[in-house]
Design a protein around this ligand. Structure first.
Ligand code: ZN
Length: 317
């Protein structure tokens, strides 16, 4: 059956009226929008403008560039670093000594062996306690090989000619050398006490030398290679360079000249100056000694004095 849509029915009129009203509203809205310069868009612009004009202190600050490292550090240290008491010189020295002895794991590392202080009776007479390695013609403690190589490399680069004359010497080796000096002096007519006194001018008594530890070397300048010439030229060539730079490699001159350049500084542990004799004491103590003026003939600081101080204050192991 076919249903005819009759024009003019009340239901159809209602739908047309609703459709007309909707279209009229849209038309008027469009018309008003044009007349009032599109108030909806104007409002949106205003809102965005108001947001961007918010006072910056109430919002998260935006990074305009990457902060510098110092800005980061300043921020970090403000939170993490708390004030601490400054260490005194003695506390600093004790700390360096304790740390270094522990680092090298050798309790005699700073042993103050000198003409007055013998190594412990238990020290071996034919070897060192530290492992040794060969450098040129001599043996040295393995732990000083790299620093010594660095020192010699830089000394050469600075225009000098370092010559490694001696390193480790056992107590037995020292006995042989010392005995020869005594025997020669006796042969020249000295009595034994005088001959021994004479020998000590040139040679340590067995058991009383830093060379036994493997931590000391005699580094000569090829241009001032004779002992006496070297002693008289302690402030020239390689010897002057060592005075200024040995500490940078962890070494110190154990017996630098005192006010009389022929003699070692008082308290050095040996009476005659030896501008070529270096002992490895580690980087921190070497720097400490340099800054304390151990080279200065007028200062009272000596390597031996500081080492004796360390062994008096070091805790019992
Ligand atoms: Zn020496």
């Amino acid at each position: 059956m076919k249903r005819d849509i009759k024009a003019g029915s009340p239901r159809q009129s209602l739908l047309l009226t609703i459709l007309f009203l909707i279209l009229s509203c849209l038309l008027w809205g469009l018309l008003l929008g044009i007349i009032f310069k599109n108030p909806i868009l104007s409002w949106a612009h205003q809102e965005i403008g108001q947001f961007s004009n918010q006072p910056t202190q109430t919002s998260v600050p935006l990074l305009t560039s990457t902060p510098t490292l110092s800005e980061f550090l300043t921020e970090a240290t403000r939170v993490e670093i708390t004030p601490t008491r400054a260490l005194s010189a003695q506390e600093t020295l004790d700390q360096i000594a304790a740390d270094t002895i522990a680092y090298y794991a050798y309790e005699l590392f700073y042993y103050p062996v000198s003409q007055d202080t013998r190594l412990p009776d238990t020290y071996p007479t034919d070897s060192a306690q530290l492992p040794l390695v060969r450098m040129g013609d001599v043996m040295v403690a393995e732990i000083i090989a790299q620093p010594l190589n660095d020192l010699m490399t830089d000394a050469k680069a600075a225009g000098f000619s370092p010559y490694l004359r001696s390193g480790f010497r056992s107590i037995n080796d020292q006995y042989t050398a010392y005995s020869r000096y005594v025997t020669e002096a006796v042969a020249l007519g000295m009595d034994l006490p005088n001959a021994q006194e004479h020998a000590r001018e040139f040679s340590a008594v067995p058991g009383y030398s830093e060379h036994h530890l493997g931590l000391a070397v005699d580094l000569l300048d090829y241009f001032y290679v004779d002992w006496i010439v070297a002693r008289n030229n302690y402030d020239k060539g390689l010897y002057q360079w060592l005075r200024q730079h040995a500490y940078e490699y962890g070494f110190v001159i154990s017996y630098p000249p005192g006010e009389n350049p022929q003699k070692a500084k008082a308290g050095s542990g040996y009476s005659i100056s030896e501008p070529w004799h270096l002992r490895f004491v580690g980087y921190d103590l070497a720097e400490w000694l340099f800054n304390a003026g151990y080279i200065d003939p007028h200062s009272s600081v000596t390597v031996n004095g500081i080492l004796e101080n360390i062994y008096k204050t070091a805790p019992e192991q």
